[in-house]
Design a binder for this molecule. Structure first.
Ligand code: SF4
Ligand code: SF4
Length: 193
């Protein structure tokens, strides 16, 4: 395996670990995403590191689509994620067209615990889930106090694990479309194009 292939495999392994742990936790808290919802993919503030976008960049090269997507990304004025495929008029329903290769944040968002400034457990929950699952949200907030640090999955812990694979390209966050452009450029060096 080349250095890039090893890195890709490590990233995909971490990504599937993140997905498993956070989706189980969201089910335990009864705060899984709403069916068919893609509202957060409309948000122009979704960010990723170059490192996190390497798996999709490699996939695009393997599919012979890297150049085409690079051009489209360079020319688009679209602020939200280029890979979002809306399926309703208002765009709130939709799907991720790079689901298997999507970056870290996209495997966490919805509901996840974090620490407040007093070091107490708190829950970050998207507006949609809060509105639609008000009771489950309130129950989860109360239950959260009963969990110890080790019983919960923390976004920052996983973020750090992924970042430490390559801190030089895994630290700085960019708007997701720009992070993809950078990852394609980075990956192209390995493909010698
Ligand atoms: S990568 Fe997929 S899940 Fe993440 S913002 Fe883009 S469309 Fe949404
Ligand atoms: S995190 Fe919230 S807005 Fe995003 S897909 Fe899940 S339910 Fe929808």
């Amino acid at each position: 395996m080349t250095e890039l292939e090893v890195l890709n495999q490590q990233l995909l392994d971490y990504f599937s670990g993140v997905e498993r742990v956070f989706s189980e936790q969201q089910k335990t808290l009864n705060l899984a995403c709403l069916s068919g919802c893609g509202s957060c993919c409309l948000n122009p503030d979704v960010t990723a590191t170059l490192l996190e976008m390497i798996p999709i960049a490699i996939h695009l090269f393997q599919q012979g689509q890297a150049e085409q997507i690079y051009k489209a990304l360079s020319e688009t004025s679209q602020k939200n994620c280029f890979f979002y495929a809306p399926e309703s008029k208002d765009g709130e329903q939709g799907r991720c067209s790079i689901y298997f290769h999507r970056p870290l944040l996209c495997r966490i968002f919805g509901a996840f615990p974090r620490r407040d400034k007093w070091n107490n457990n708190e829950l970050s929950v998207c507006k949609k889930i809060k509105q639609e699952r008000t009771i489950a949200y309130e129950v989860a907030i109360n239950n959260l106090r009963n969990f110890s640090f080790d019983e919960l999955a923390w976004a920052h812990t996983w973020k750090l694990k992924v970042m430490n694979l390559r801190p030089d390209i895994g630290t700085e966050e960019f708007p997701i479309n720009f992070a993809t452009i950078q990852a394609i450029t980075f990956t192209a060096l390995y493909y010698r194009v």
